[in-house]
Design a protein around this ligand. Structure first.
Ligand SMILES: C[S@@+](CC[C@H](N)C(=O)[O-])C[C@H]1O[C@@H](n2cnc3c(N)ncnc32)[C@H](O)[C@@H]1O
Length: 247
């Protein structure tokens, strides 16, 4: 499964930025929130760095870590890039002042491995800034799957309480939590599927192939229930966590 996700993101690297409207928004907002906690000298790592949205929002060179090879190629000119799995953090303990992660941890089942890895590499009083997605993300699409008795192939986004609980278990103090919902409009269900795929979110262990007839029916259902002026919308629930390592 892990390899499939890395491969899916690698394939998505070329078209990612043109389709990652919500992800770009999240990265920008996360850096804005984090600004009040960081200093200009801070040594920063971005995990699940993708094409470098976080890096482009910060006016200095930072470190990047991602397991998708083609994503790593995209950040090598922005700063040091490590191509690795952040569940097995290959970095020296107590070496960073801040770690960012935007739109990335939701792909990882073992959040405890991710959070304890980040905790170790942070210096005392260091910060971990997270933006991730909540359980109401793509809820409209999930409703359409259910209406058509289809097996769910969309990622099961976690409740904020579950993420919070794991962060605390790994030693973090949560300094701030914010959540918001964004509605994204798109022309039809095929474009929505393409977007979900291009941002790498199509990686699932279940296949997602529908007949033309079924797709038309799903689109009609979607438009009727969640459409406006000929377009369909999807909800993205965004969670921001500001966490501190303090013993
Ligand atoms: C949706 S993209 C987000 C990229 C970027 N942070 C942004 O804000 O646009 C998720 C990224 O996380 C990476 N990723 C997911 N799980 C990972 C893991 N366990 N180790 C390293 N990278 C991971 C993927 O390869 C992908 O590039």
């Amino acid at each position: 499964m892990k390899q499939k996700i890395a491969y899916s993101f690698s394939k998505a690297a070329k078209y990612y930025e043109d389709n990652a409207e919500v992800q770009k928004y999240c990265a920008k907002n996360l850096v804005k929130i984090a600004n009040q906690y960081t200093s200009p000298e801070a040594k920063i790592l971005d995990i699940g760095s993708g094409t470098g949205f976080i890096s482009k929002e910060i006016s200095k060179k930072i470190y990047h870590l991602d397991f998708a090879e083609k994503m790593c190629k995209k950040t090598k000119d922005l700063g040091h890039t490590i191509c690795a799995d952040f569940e097995k953090m290959p970095i020296k303990e107590n070496s960073f002042d801040c770690v960012f992660s935007a739109s990335a941890i939701q792909w990882n089942e073992n959040l405890e491995a991710v959070f304890s890895g980040v905790y170790k590499i942070l210096k005392e009083n260091g910060y971990f800034f997270i933006a991730t997605y909540g359980e109401n993300t793509l809820k409209e699409l999930k409703t359409i799957y259910k209406k058509n008795n289809l097996e769910m192939t969309i990622l099961d986004f976690k409740k904020s309480s579950r993420v919070r609980e794991k962060l605390i278990k790994c030693g973090f103090k949560i300094e701030k939590f914010k959540q918001e919902k964004r509605k994204i409009y798109i022309v039809n269900i095929i474009s929505l599927f393409q977007r979900v795929k291009v941002i790498g979110a199509g990686a699932s262990n279940k296949s997602n192939k529908f007949s033309k007839k079924l797709l038309t029916k799903m689109n009609d259902d979607y438009l009727k229930k969640f459409g406006k002026k000929g377009e369909i919308y999807s909800t993205w629930e965004i969670y921001y966590f500001i966490c501190k390592k303090s013993s």
